[in-house]
Design a protein. Sequence first.
Length: 361
Amino acid sequence: MQQYLKISVLVTTLSVLYGCSIFTTHDDEYAYTKAETREGIKTPEGLDSPIIREEYQLPKNQFEGEIGESLELLTPVQIIPVAEASRVDEGETAAKVWIDKKKEIKNLQSFIWNTLHEYLEAENIGVDRILEDQKSLISGWVLKQEESGYWLWKSLDTSEGKRFEFTVEMLPHGRTGSVTAKLHEYLVNDGDDLTADVSAIAQKRAEANALNSFLIYFDYKYRKLQSEAAADGSRVTLNLGFDKDGNAAYISKYNEASVWSQVLPVIEELGFTVTDLNVSKRVYYVDYEEPEESFWDNLWEDREDITLKLLPAKYIIKVAAIDDGTSITIFDENEKPVNEQVLVDGHNAFIKVIRDLNLEL
């Protein structure tokens, strides 16, 4: 009798704990997709209808898209602005990020383009073509393959390929630009069929992943640039000052022989053409012609940053020793020193070229 009571108590307890779940089945987990709205409460004649609060009513016929078994359940991917001075606009629906110019970057547009090309090459993706608007490019194929089996018995189950369109747009002031990634083409081969269909959520994920990967590489390139700029800072000493005659000049802490041997490639890069020289007096006789600009010069070479505010004419560049280093003075053909403001405006151009040529001045 006691044994019977113990079993009865156990069964009763388990039934309470599990409730009705013991008898619940899930044969059709998408049954909700077939659910229909029931008719409202019918109020008998002679009675008042109950008050219905409309804020809890379900909207009718407002849903568009896949539901139930046809819905692809994938977690969304966010754009993560890991790069320095990058951000995402709130409410932005495209895979788009904004990047602000930092002091180490001379030309933001060219830095973004160069980094984008380097990223695609580093990932063995490459560039298929640059579009006519000169703001967008189509990448090569990003391939993904899934295999099964072992060693000699391996087989290719699925092959997936994606190509992206990257667009770089600059604000008019040139200090802020955006990068947008858009899925351009998609193909998948599951062994039997070749399809180009992709769901909206899978497309968003692919675009976000592509942009996030680029941002990681962009951050790496910018931090590398920061390190190089910090290292170069100790090697480049060129500053504004005066030569021994009191003329405005560039001053280097290196000795006269060192400056004379390195200044030639700098002035040639800046647009000067040497027509004659006097080695004993450390003098270059030069013609200056402002470098011609093209779209590609502006994009890849930062040409605007090395353009001096000088009129096309003949000039004389003198290198001379002074007490605390060496002076570089620019004169017109009548040996009159150029305006000090010309040197002030051209200082950054000289510094950039010296660093690009890896010189010590």
